[in-house]
Design a protein around this ligand. Sequence first.
Ligand code: PDD
Length: 288
Amino acid sequence: MTDVYLNGQFLPLDEACIPVLDRGFLFGDGVYEVIPAYGRRLFRLHEHLQRLQRSLSEVRIPEPLDETGWAGVLQRLVDRNEGEDQSVYLQVTRGVLPKRDHAFGGQDIHPTVFAMSTPLNPPDPAIAEQGVAAVTLDDIRWQSCHIKAITLLPNVLLRQQAIDAGAAEAILIRQGQATEGAASNLFVVRDGVIETPPKGPLLLPGITRDLVLELATAQGLPAREADIPVERLRDADEVWLTSSTREIVPVTRLDGVPVGDGQPGPVFRRMHRLYQDYKDAVRRGEAD
Ligand code: PDD
Protein backbone atom coordinates (compact mmCIF):
# COMPACT_ATOMS: atom_id res chain seq x y z
CA MET A 1 0.00 0.00 0.00
CA THR A 2 1.38 3.37 -1.04
CA ASP A 3 1.47 6.15 1.52
CA VAL A 4 1.23 9.72 0.26
CA TYR A 5 1.60 13.09 1.99
CA LEU A 6 -1.27 15.58 1.94
CA ASN A 7 -1.35 18.81 3.95
CA GLY A 8 0.65 17.63 6.95
CA GLN A 9 -0.46 13.99 7.05
CA PHE A 10 0.77 10.68 5.69
CA LEU A 11 -2.10 8.50 4.50
CA PRO A 12 -2.90 5.73 2.01
CA LEU A 13 -3.22 6.92 -1.60
CA ASP A 14 -6.88 5.93 -1.90
CA GLU A 15 -7.77 8.01 1.18
CA ALA A 16 -6.10 11.20 -0.09
CA CYS A 17 -8.79 13.65 -1.30
CA ILE A 18 -8.87 17.34 -2.17
CA PRO A 19 -11.90 19.66 -2.49
CA VAL A 20 -13.09 20.23 -6.07
CA LEU A 21 -12.66 24.00 -5.56
CA ASP A 22 -8.91 23.54 -5.23
CA ARG A 23 -7.36 25.99 -7.70
CA GLY A 24 -4.99 23.28 -8.92
CA PHE A 25 -8.02 21.32 -10.12
CA LEU A 26 -9.92 24.33 -11.53
CA PHE A 27 -7.08 26.39 -13.05
CA GLY A 28 -3.90 24.30 -12.99
CA ASP A 29 -2.84 26.99 -10.50
CA GLY A 30 0.21 25.41 -8.91
CA VAL A 31 3.80 24.25 -9.29
CA TYR A 32 5.64 20.94 -8.88
CA GLU A 33 8.92 19.06 -8.66
CA VAL A 34 10.00 15.54 -9.59
CA ILE A 35 12.91 14.39 -7.42
CA PRO A 36 14.62 11.00 -7.78
CA ALA A 37 15.96 9.06 -4.79
CA TYR A 38 18.76 6.51 -5.25
CA GLY A 39 19.35 4.03 -2.44
CA ARG A 40 16.59 6.01 -0.63
CA ARG A 41 18.73 9.17 -0.71
CA LEU A 42 17.13 12.19 -2.33
CA PHE A 43 19.13 13.30 -5.37
CA ARG A 44 20.14 16.96 -5.74
CA LEU A 45 17.53 17.85 -3.11
CA HIS A 46 18.87 21.34 -2.41
CA GLU A 47 18.78 22.21 -6.13
CA HIS A 48 15.23 20.87 -6.54
CA LEU A 49 14.02 22.78 -3.47
CA GLN A 50 15.65 25.98 -4.67
CA ARG A 51 13.87 25.64 -8.01
CA LEU A 52 10.58 24.96 -6.16
CA GLN A 53 11.09 28.11 -4.12
CA ARG A 54 11.72 30.15 -7.29
CA SER A 55 8.60 28.68 -8.98
CA LEU A 56 6.46 29.47 -5.90
CA SER A 57 7.76 33.00 -5.67
CA GLU A 58 7.17 33.65 -9.42
CA VAL A 59 3.51 32.60 -9.15
CA ARG A 60 3.05 34.32 -5.75
CA ILE A 61 2.20 31.22 -3.71
CA PRO A 62 3.60 31.50 -0.16
CA GLU A 63 6.21 28.86 0.66
CA PRO A 64 4.48 26.26 2.85
CA LEU A 65 7.71 24.83 4.36
CA ASP A 66 11.37 25.81 4.54
CA GLU A 67 14.16 23.63 3.20
CA THR A 68 14.57 21.67 6.45
CA GLY A 69 10.82 21.12 6.63
CA TRP A 70 10.64 19.83 3.04
CA ALA A 71 13.67 17.60 3.54
CA GLY A 72 12.04 15.99 6.59
CA VAL A 73 8.70 15.37 4.87
CA LEU A 74 10.21 14.00 1.67
CA GLN A 75 12.68 11.71 3.45
CA ARG A 76 9.86 10.29 5.58
CA LEU A 77 7.83 9.72 2.41
CA VAL A 78 10.71 7.83 0.78
CA ASP A 79 11.29 5.78 3.95
CA ARG A 80 7.61 4.74 4.01
CA ASN A 81 7.46 3.66 0.38
CA GLU A 82 8.74 0.70 -1.60
CA GLY A 83 11.89 0.64 -3.67
CA GLU A 84 15.53 1.52 -3.10
CA ASP A 85 15.20 3.89 -6.06
CA GLN A 86 12.10 6.09 -6.15
CA SER A 87 10.65 9.06 -7.95
CA VAL A 88 9.07 11.66 -5.68
CA TYR A 89 6.35 13.91 -7.10
CA LEU A 90 5.70 17.07 -5.07
CA GLN A 91 2.93 19.52 -5.93
CA VAL A 92 1.88 22.80 -4.31
CA THR A 93 -1.31 24.50 -5.46
CA ARG A 94 -2.65 27.89 -4.42
CA GLY A 95 -5.34 26.13 -2.40
CA VAL A 96 -9.13 26.32 -2.09
CA LEU A 97 -11.29 29.45 -2.50
CA PRO A 98 -15.03 29.60 -1.75
CA LYS A 99 -15.92 30.29 -5.40
CA ARG A 100 -14.32 30.02 -8.83
CA ASP A 101 -12.58 33.31 -9.67
CA HIS A 102 -9.52 33.76 -11.86
CA ALA A 103 -8.10 36.43 -9.55
CA PHE A 104 -6.73 35.32 -6.20
CA GLY A 105 -5.78 38.69 -4.68
CA GLY A 106 -5.97 39.40 -0.99
CA GLN A 107 -7.86 36.29 0.04
CA ASP A 108 -6.95 34.12 2.96
CA ILE A 109 -6.00 30.82 1.33
CA HIS A 110 -3.63 28.07 2.29
CA PRO A 111 -1.60 26.20 -0.30
CA THR A 112 -2.44 22.53 -0.84
CA VAL A 113 0.69 20.36 -0.50
CA PHE A 114 0.70 16.88 -1.99
CA ALA A 115 3.59 14.43 -2.41
CA MET A 116 3.77 10.82 -3.54
CA SER A 117 6.61 8.46 -4.34
CA THR A 118 6.72 5.59 -6.80
CA PRO A 119 9.43 2.98 -7.47
CA LEU A 120 11.92 4.24 -10.08
CA ASN A 121 13.07 1.53 -12.45
CA PRO A 122 16.40 2.03 -14.22
CA PRO A 123 15.98 3.09 -17.86
CA ASP A 124 15.75 0.22 -20.35
CA PRO A 125 19.39 -0.57 -21.37
CA ALA A 126 18.24 -0.72 -25.02
CA ILE A 127 17.85 3.08 -24.89
CA ALA A 128 21.55 3.67 -24.16
CA GLU A 129 22.50 1.03 -26.74
CA GLN A 130 20.25 2.12 -29.61
CA GLY A 131 18.91 5.57 -28.77
CA VAL A 132 15.40 6.85 -29.45
CA ALA A 133 13.57 8.75 -32.17
CA ALA A 134 12.47 12.37 -31.68
CA VAL A 135 10.47 14.79 -33.80
CA THR A 136 10.65 18.58 -33.96
CA LEU A 137 7.43 20.46 -33.20
CA ASP A 138 6.51 24.14 -32.80
CA ASP A 139 6.85 25.26 -29.19
CA ILE A 140 3.23 26.25 -28.47
CA ARG A 141 3.84 26.99 -24.77
CA TRP A 142 3.76 30.32 -22.90
CA GLN A 143 6.66 32.71 -22.26
CA SER A 144 7.38 31.54 -18.70
CA CYS A 145 8.64 28.01 -19.25
CA HIS A 146 11.25 28.49 -16.48
CA ILE A 147 8.41 28.10 -13.95
CA LYS A 148 7.72 24.42 -13.22
CA ALA A 149 3.94 24.90 -13.41
CA ILE A 150 1.44 22.04 -13.20
CA THR A 151 -0.37 23.69 -16.13
CA LEU A 152 1.04 21.20 -18.65
CA LEU A 153 -1.58 20.95 -21.40
CA PRO A 154 0.77 22.04 -24.25
CA ASN A 155 3.50 19.65 -22.99
CA VAL A 156 0.94 16.83 -22.77
CA LEU A 157 -0.29 17.43 -26.33
CA LEU A 158 3.25 17.77 -27.71
CA ARG A 159 4.47 14.56 -26.05
CA GLN A 160 1.40 12.69 -27.34
CA GLN A 161 1.98 14.05 -30.85
CA ALA A 162 5.54 12.69 -30.68
CA ILE A 163 4.31 9.28 -29.48
CA ASP A 164 1.67 9.20 -32.23
CA ALA A 165 4.50 9.81 -34.74
CA GLY A 166 6.39 6.79 -33.37
CA ALA A 167 8.93 8.94 -31.47
CA ALA A 168 9.86 9.12 -27.79
CA GLU A 169 9.96 12.91 -27.42
CA ALA A 170 9.18 16.20 -29.14
CA ILE A 171 12.04 18.70 -29.48
CA LEU A 172 10.47 22.15 -29.39
CA ILE A 173 11.30 24.92 -31.84
CA ARG A 174 10.56 28.58 -31.16
CA GLN A 175 11.48 31.20 -33.77
CA GLY A 176 13.99 28.90 -35.39
CA GLN A 177 15.69 27.95 -32.09
CA ALA A 178 15.50 24.54 -30.41
CA THR A 179 14.60 25.15 -26.76
CA GLU A 180 14.08 21.80 -24.99
CA GLY A 181 11.93 18.66 -25.09
CA ALA A 182 8.27 18.43 -24.02
CA ALA A 183 9.52 17.09 -20.66
CA SER A 184 13.32 17.17 -20.98
CA ASN A 185 16.29 19.44 -21.70
CA LEU A 186 18.29 19.38 -24.91
CA PHE A 187 22.00 18.85 -25.61
CA VAL A 188 23.89 18.58 -28.87
CA VAL A 189 27.49 17.54 -29.51
CA ARG A 190 29.47 19.03 -32.41
CA ASP A 191 33.13 18.29 -32.99
CA GLY A 192 33.38 16.92 -29.47
CA VAL A 193 31.90 20.04 -27.81
CA ILE A 194 28.77 19.58 -25.65
CA GLU A 195 26.22 22.40 -26.06
CA THR A 196 22.90 23.19 -24.41
CA PRO A 197 20.73 26.33 -24.72
CA PRO A 198 21.30 28.98 -22.04
CA LYS A 199 18.74 29.31 -19.24
CA GLY A 200 15.98 31.86 -19.70
CA PRO A 201 12.19 32.17 -19.72
CA LEU A 202 11.80 29.80 -22.69
CA LEU A 203 13.01 26.62 -21.00
CA LEU A 204 13.00 24.82 -17.67
CA PRO A 205 16.31 25.06 -15.77
CA GLY A 206 16.69 21.29 -15.49
CA ILE A 207 18.51 19.78 -12.54
CA THR A 208 19.83 16.93 -14.71
CA ARG A 209 21.00 19.50 -17.28
CA ASP A 210 23.03 21.32 -14.64
CA LEU A 211 24.55 18.08 -13.35
CA VAL A 212 25.58 17.03 -16.88
CA LEU A 213 27.36 20.39 -17.33
CA GLU A 214 28.97 20.01 -13.89
CA LEU A 215 30.21 16.48 -14.65
CA ALA A 216 31.56 17.58 -18.04
CA THR A 217 33.47 20.46 -16.46
CA ALA A 218 34.85 18.26 -13.68
CA GLN A 219 36.14 15.77 -16.29
CA GLY A 220 37.57 18.43 -18.60
CA LEU A 221 35.08 17.67 -21.39
CA PRO A 222 34.43 20.79 -23.46
CA ALA A 223 30.89 22.03 -22.70
CA ARG A 224 29.16 25.39 -23.13
CA GLU A 225 25.79 27.10 -23.18
CA ALA A 226 24.86 28.20 -26.70
CA ASP A 227 21.74 28.84 -28.75
CA ILE A 228 20.84 25.89 -30.95
CA PRO A 229 19.24 27.01 -34.21
CA VAL A 230 17.28 24.19 -35.82
CA GLU A 231 19.91 23.79 -38.58
CA ARG A 232 22.59 23.21 -35.91
CA LEU A 233 20.35 20.59 -34.31
CA ARG A 234 19.97 18.73 -37.62
CA ASP A 235 23.71 18.92 -38.22
CA ALA A 236 24.77 17.72 -34.80
CA ASP A 237 27.01 14.67 -34.32
CA GLU A 238 24.98 13.72 -31.24
CA VAL A 239 21.67 14.85 -29.71
CA TRP A 240 20.68 14.03 -26.10
CA LEU A 241 17.68 14.70 -23.89
CA THR A 242 17.92 14.86 -20.09
CA SER A 243 15.43 14.59 -17.24
CA SER A 244 15.24 13.37 -13.66
CA THR A 245 13.27 10.25 -14.56
CA ARG A 246 14.89 9.34 -17.91
CA GLU A 247 18.45 10.50 -17.11
CA ILE A 248 20.36 11.02 -20.39
CA VAL A 249 18.71 9.74 -23.56
CA PRO A 250 20.56 9.65 -26.90
CA VAL A 251 18.43 10.68 -29.88
CA THR A 252 19.53 8.66 -32.90
CA ARG A 253 16.74 9.62 -35.35
CA LEU A 254 15.38 13.13 -35.73
CA ASP A 255 12.31 13.60 -37.94
CA GLY A 256 13.07 10.21 -39.51
CA VAL A 257 16.70 11.09 -40.36
CA PRO A 258 19.69 9.46 -38.56
CA VAL A 259 21.56 11.73 -36.15
CA GLY A 260 25.30 11.47 -36.94
CA ASP A 261 25.93 7.83 -37.81
CA GLY A 262 22.58 6.79 -36.32
CA GLN A 263 24.17 5.27 -33.16
CA PRO A 264 24.63 6.73 -29.66
CA GLY A 265 27.92 8.63 -29.90
CA PRO A 266 31.19 8.39 -27.95
CA VAL A 267 30.55 11.56 -25.92
CA PHE A 268 27.15 10.19 -24.86
CA ARG A 269 28.74 6.90 -23.76
CA ARG A 270 31.29 8.78 -21.66
CA MET A 271 28.63 11.00 -20.05
CA HIS A 272 26.29 8.05 -19.47
CA ARG A 273 29.09 6.28 -17.54
CA LEU A 274 29.83 9.42 -15.48
CA TYR A 275 26.13 9.78 -14.64
CA GLN A 276 25.82 6.14 -13.52
CA ASP A 277 28.95 6.56 -11.36
CA TYR A 278 27.44 9.68 -9.83
CA LYS A 279 24.20 7.83 -8.95
CA ASP A 280 26.29 5.08 -7.31
CA ALA A 281 28.13 7.72 -5.27
CA VAL A 282 24.72 9.06 -4.13
CA ARG A 283 23.68 5.53 -3.11
CA ARG A 284 26.87 5.25 -1.01
CA GLY A 285 26.18 8.64 0.58
CA GLU A 286 29.30 10.16 -1.04
CA ALA A 287 27.43 12.65 -3.23
CA ASP A 288 24.00 14.20 -3.37
N1 PDD B 1 10.01 17.02 -16.26
N2 PDD B 1 12.04 20.53 -19.36
C1 PDD B 1 10.76 20.23 -19.08
C2 PDD B 1 9.69 20.94 -19.82
C3 PDD B 1 10.46 19.25 -18.11
O1 PDD B 1 9.17 18.96 -17.82
C4 PDD B 1 11.53 18.57 -17.46
C5 PDD B 1 11.30 17.52 -16.41
C6 PDD B 1 12.85 18.92 -17.78
C7 PDD B 1 14.03 18.28 -17.10
O2 PDD B 1 14.21 18.79 -15.79
P1 PDD B 1 14.88 17.91 -14.64
O3 PDD B 1 16.22 17.51 -15.13
O4 PDD B 1 14.97 18.86 -13.48
O5 PDD B 1 13.99 16.72 -14.40
C8 PDD B 1 13.07 19.91 -18.72
C9 PDD B 1 9.66 16.13 -15.19
C10 PDD B 1 10.59 14.96 -15.02
C11 PDD B 1 8.20 15.75 -15.32
O6 PDD B 1 7.44 16.64 -15.68
O7 PDD B 1 7.83 14.61 -15.01
